[in-house]
Design a protein around this ligand. Structure first.
Ligand code: GSH
Length: 209
């Protein structure tokens, strides 16, 4: 049994899309970050770090999008969520590590500067640094897609679901996403994929009240 703990619009969308791509039955349990549900005693038993996503895979709890997506790709190799060639697989994992360790934190600095320094005086500079870095990262993703259908090249991979998270955050926060023509055209292709549309729409339909 596979159970995904996610929050609508959070980075857990990457794992949600990956799960949907497997075609396997799964349960998706919302953990509403806006309501602090990631810090409840019940959820901290699942992920003591109080973060989404977490995947309960037949009783084993997996955390971190990169690990969850790598697990899904290996458990369902016929779905080709990552290339079979070891070097190409490493390129996928490396891109997800970059998403997790550089791109995501750049948005966090912009969105939640108070998490990076005590004292309000430092927050505007942290926010501005996050804004510039996140925008540079979005531009880099745009240039990775130029001339390709998908982030890693000719084929859709787990990396694509992860990159949709950042497009959504950029759009929601007023970044000039339409100026990123390859990323914007790619988003259209993503949303035309039934698995992606289903994951996104199911998150949008979660009641947040
Ligand atoms: N590197 C982690 C990041 C996990 C993470 O930071 N998740 C955020 C949502 S985007 C979260 O749960 N935040 C809740 C909090 O910090 O209280 C991953 O890729 O899974």
């Amino acid at each position: 049994m596979l159970t995904l703990y996610f929050s609508p619009g959070a980075c857990s969308l990457a794992s949600h899309i990956g799960l949907e791509e497997t075609g396997a039955p799964y349960e998706a349990k919302p953990i509403l970050l806006a309501k602090g549900q990631q810090r409840t005693e019940a959820y901290l038993k699942i992920n003591p770090r109080g973060k989404v996503p977490a995947l309960d895979a037949d009783g084993k709890i997996l955390v971190e999008n990169t690990a969850i997506l790598t697990y899904l790709a290996r458990r369902f190799p016929e779905k080709r969520l990552m290339p079979a060639d070891p070097a190409e697989e490493a390129r996928c994992i490396g891109t997800m590590c970059w998403f997790s360790s550089i791109v995501h934190p750049s948005y966090q600095r912009f969105h939640r500067p108070e998490r990076f320094a005590d004292g309000e005086a430092a927050h505007p500079a942290i926010k501005e640094n996050g804004r510039k870095s996140f925008w540079a990262n979005l531009q880099e993703i745009d240039s990775m897609i130029k001339g390709n259908d998908w982030i890693m090249g000719r084929d859709f991979t787990a990396v694509d679901g992860y990159a949709l998270v950042f497009y959504g955050w950029g759009a929601r926060s007023g970044f000039a996403m339409k100026d990123l023509s390859a990323y914007t055209a790619w988003r259209e292709r993503m949303m035309n994929r039934p698995t992606v549309r289903k994951s996104v729409e199911s998150e949008e339909n979660v009641s947040t009240t």
